[in-house]
Ligand binder design. Structure first.
Ligand code: URP
Ligand code: ZN
Ligand code: ZN
Length: 470
């Protein structure tokens, strides 16, 4: 079959909501209309009663990513399969600059791993840990020629990946001038390290001390500082995994002043809270991610901010490490920190549950409209990170990345049935209304119910354009 016709569905984009047929050829959407008639070379799919959504765009995932000696549990193959089952058809993952490594080498090394494995399309940010003249020159080339238009920098983890304010400022100024953007992990790393040392000195080694040593105030402080650096650099800035009111306040203030500041939050901050750390057992290592879960009251602030565009994106920060050592042969996972919470690899899974969780809690929960759901999970991330209009919407000329979604089907989230290699989900046992039924990536059906129809290497590296679309 050379074409695909999705008939009679309710097509929902960030701005539209109508019944139509969608004709796709050669991986792209070529026609949208009522009662389209087509030849016999076209496969037809009846979408009556279903939502037809643009494939989700998750701009924060970590596949095969090594931090301080621990590597995430998902490969590019398993992670992109998990993403597709969750209704996401594009991820923007990370290439990580190694010590003494040039940024183009980090990109090349990551592409070598990702391209043969990816089941859906992907872009790459580069985690930049060493800002020097060469790195700045490389950033310019990467933006212009390689489609890497965003670079993540850490204000936390001194001695591992943290860069200082001057480095952030230099990178912001250069990248901003060339159509790119710095994304920031905003936490005051030096103060947090001090708190971690003090806790360990007092014999506090349990996972719950992860949260107690990473106060929201220090995320707020770093967010404020990051904004001031961006303001001085006259460059846009994007805050990853924003979790709390203290950080949100600075973002709102800056946006009110028309400073180009953007931020994402993640489902775990919307649905889970710090009361989960009350348990003394090692089991709660599954909630050891950074920033940690915050107060219950923070959730309402985040939902409100998503509704009123103070936050623009919901991504996952999918960064899975197994609870059980040796699961699928994986080593150096969460139990690395069984005697010292600071050694627990930070991160949690989420790529497979994002769309359904947000649909259930956001749309069914009457916290956002259906259009806003699409905006936050697909269109805005595609626009901000230079993927739009190829990705993130349903329009003539866009890639045929399409999700058939049943808004009313219920299912129960469980690690027993998910596709990620990690051995837990943050939302085990949760009953959800709203389920991904079929997924096409550039017109190729990759998910049909419980069946994976894709293949490793189908997913392509997407060179991104200038950031913006603000
Ligand atoms: O705990 C987290 N979030 N780990 C992933 C790395 C990061 O900071 O995004
Ligand atoms: Zn981070
Ligand atoms: Zn992350």
């Amino acid at each position: 079959m050379s074409g695909l016709l999705i008939q009679n569905g309710r097509v929902v984009t960030a701005v539209d909501d109508y019944r139509a047929d969608i004709l796709c050829r050669d991986g792209r959407i070529v026609q949208i209309g009522e009662d389209l008639s087509v030849g016999e070379d076209v496969e037809t799919v009846d979408a009556d009663g279903k939502l037809v959504l643009p494939g989700g765009v998750d701009v924060h995932t970590h596949m095969e990513n090594t931090f301080g000696g621990a590597t995430t549990a998902d490969t590019y193959e398993s992670g992109t399969i998990a993403a597709a089952f969750g209704g996401t058809t594009t991820i923007v993952d990370f290439a990580m600059q190694g010590q003494g490594e040039r940024l183009p080498e980090a990109l090349g090394r990551t592409l070598e791993r990702a391209e043969p494995q990816a089941g859906i399309d992907f872009g790459l940010h580069i985690i930049t840990t060493d800002v020097n003249d060469q790195a700045l020159a490389d950033m310019k080339d990467l933006i212009r020629h390689e489609g890497v238009t965003s670079f993540k920098m850490f204000m936390a983890y001194p001695g591992v990946v943290m860069v200082d304010d001057a480095a952030i400022f230099r990178a912001m100024r250069l990248v901003g001038q060339h159509g790119g953007m710095i994304t920031l992990h905003a936490e005051n790393g030096l103060v947090i390290d001090q708190l971690v040392r003090e806790a360990l000195d007092q014999g506090h080694t349990a996972p719950k001390y992860h949260e107690l040593t990473r106060p929201a105030l220090m995320e707020g402080e770093a967010t404020h500082r990051g904004i001031k650096l961006a303001e001085l650099a006259e460059a846009p800035v994007y805050f990853v995994h924003l979790s709390c009111r203290e950080a949100l306040k600075s973002v709102i203030e800056a946006r009110d002043l028309r400073i180009p500041v953007f931020a994402e939050t993640c489902p775990h901050y919307l649905f889970l809270d710090r009361s989960l750390y009350a348990d003394e057992s090692f089991e709660i290592a599954k909630y050891v991610m950074t920033p940690p879960l915050r107060e219950k009251e923070d959730q309402e602030h985040l939902w409100q901010a998503l509704k009123f565009d103070d936050l623009q994106v919901i991504s996952t920060d999918h960064c899975p490490f197994c609870l059980r050592e040796g699961h699928l042969g994986l080593k150096n996972q969460k139990t690395r920190g069984k005697d010292d919470f600071s050694q627990i690899p930070n991160g949690a899974p989420g790529v497979e549950t994002r769309m359904s969780m947000v649909f259930d809690g956001g749309v069914h929960g009457q916290r956002m409209s259906l259009n806003r759901f699409v905006q936050l999970t697909a269109t805005a991330p595609a626009k901000i990170f230079g993927l739009f209009p190829r990705k993130g919407t349903i329009a003539v000329g866009s890639d045929a990345d399409i999700v058939l979604f049943d808004p009313d089907e219920e299912f129960v989230i469980s690690a027993a049935s998910h596709h990620s290699r990690v051995d837990y989900t943050l939302f085990e046992g949760r009953k959800i209304r709203g389920r991904v039924k079929k997924v096409w990536s550039r017109g190729t059906k990759v998910v049909d119910g419980d069946e994976w129809l894709g293949r490793p290497g189908h997913g392509r590296y997407v060179k991104r354009g200038e950031v913006g679309g603000f």
